[in-house]
Design a protein around this ligand. Structure first.
Ligand code: MLT
Length: 310
């Protein structure tokens, strides 16, 4: 007879639902991508993935909480170019180190940045927009998702390039800030394409430039920033998944495997591409590739944000 051999409990991961913290309000780019990709991951893993939106301080409060959660794979978190790239330069007292306090799971998408404004903003192209903002700085209001977020970071760069300092209002994510922009309560913002493409297509937002080398197929009437005379403003963001550091390797491996499968699924791919996001190839989806990306991004944004602050 065979003796029963007890497998280590963790080998059965996951045995219960996984909490995925989104550090921004529902309805924004991070939330949208996570619900699409996470839904597929849950089917692969055989357990629900429960999304918890926990906004505040540009996402950094929730990221900090996630860094301190049990390292068992049952609490994971969405991080982006803001929380895991720009935040250290913006918060001298940041409680977490993006490169040291996490076990990276994998990159989900790259998201080009678009300069958008309320539909009745009095400009019809990027030059007119820049002109109008320069001349009306005291009246213009930019909306973003909190200091250190992607929207805040990229518009910090934009305002530094065009030499403006408008009022800037922090929201709990670009889901709510876009609602206010569509309603005309604020004037402009810099946001990830996945959040704005449908509104640009519908004409409820004006877009003045996509900050990439090539135009995006989903908003192909929107010129690139370099076509419009602002080549210095070329910037793309990204959205990824992280677990607390010391999460066991095989647990991270299972989560990464589920992520990779979701990004290979034709239906998920079609929906992500339809929103204008770019799907990383397989080599860019590994935990090691994400770790290297975080290190590069912190190094890239620190000097940019320091000089923009001057
Ligand atoms: C969001 O998901 O609301 C955005 O990614 C926030 C941001 O601009 O980083």
């Amino acid at each position: 007879a065979f003796a029963a051999i007890a497998l280590p409990a963790a080998a059965a991961f996951p045995e219960r639902p996984i909490t995925l913290i989104v550090p921004f309000a529902a309805g924004g780019p991070g939330d949208t991508v996570v619900r699409l990709v996470g839904g597929h991951m849950a089917r692969t893993l055989g357990q629900p993935i429960v999304v918890e939106n926990a906004a505040g301080a540009g996402g950094t409060s929730a990221i900090n909480r996630a860094a301190q959660a049990s390292a068992d794979g049952y609490t994971i978190v969405l991080g982006n170019m803001g929380t895991h790239g720009a935040a250290p330069a913006q918060y001298p007292d940041l409680q977490y180190d993006p490169a040291k306090d996490f076990a990276p799971i994998g990159l989900m998408v790259n998201t080009p940045i678009v300069i958008v404004a309320r539909a009745n903003f009095p400009a019809n192209n990027l030059r007119e927009f820049v002109d109008h903002v320069r001349k009306n700085q005291d009246k213009i209001v930019e909306a973003h998702a909190g200091v250190g977020s992607v929207s805040h970071t990229t518009c910090t760069l934009l305002q530094s390039i065009i030499g403006t300092k408008t009022a800037r209002v922090a929201y709990r994510g670009t889901g709510p800030s876009m609602n206010d922009l569509i309603a005309g309560h604020v004037d402009f913002g810099c946001d990830q394409i996945v959040n704005v493409a449908p509104h640009i297509q519908a004409g409820t937002l004006k877009a003045f430039g996509v900050a990439t080398a090539e135009r995006s197929a989903v908003i192909k009437d929107v010129p690139t920033t370099s076509e419009s005379g602002l080549p210095e403003f070329e910037v793309s963001a990204w959205i990824a998944l992280f677990a607390p550091k010391s999460t066991p390797k095989h647990v991270v491996g299972k989560l990464n495997d589920a992520l990779v499968k979701a990004l290979d699924d034709e239906g998920i791919r079609a929906r992500l591409l339809n929103l204008g996001s770019e799907i990383p190839d397989r080599a860019a989806r590994t935990p090691d590739a994400l770790q290297a990306l975080v290190v590069r991004e912190v190094a890239r944004w620190t000097p940019v944000l320091k000089s923009a602050a001057q």
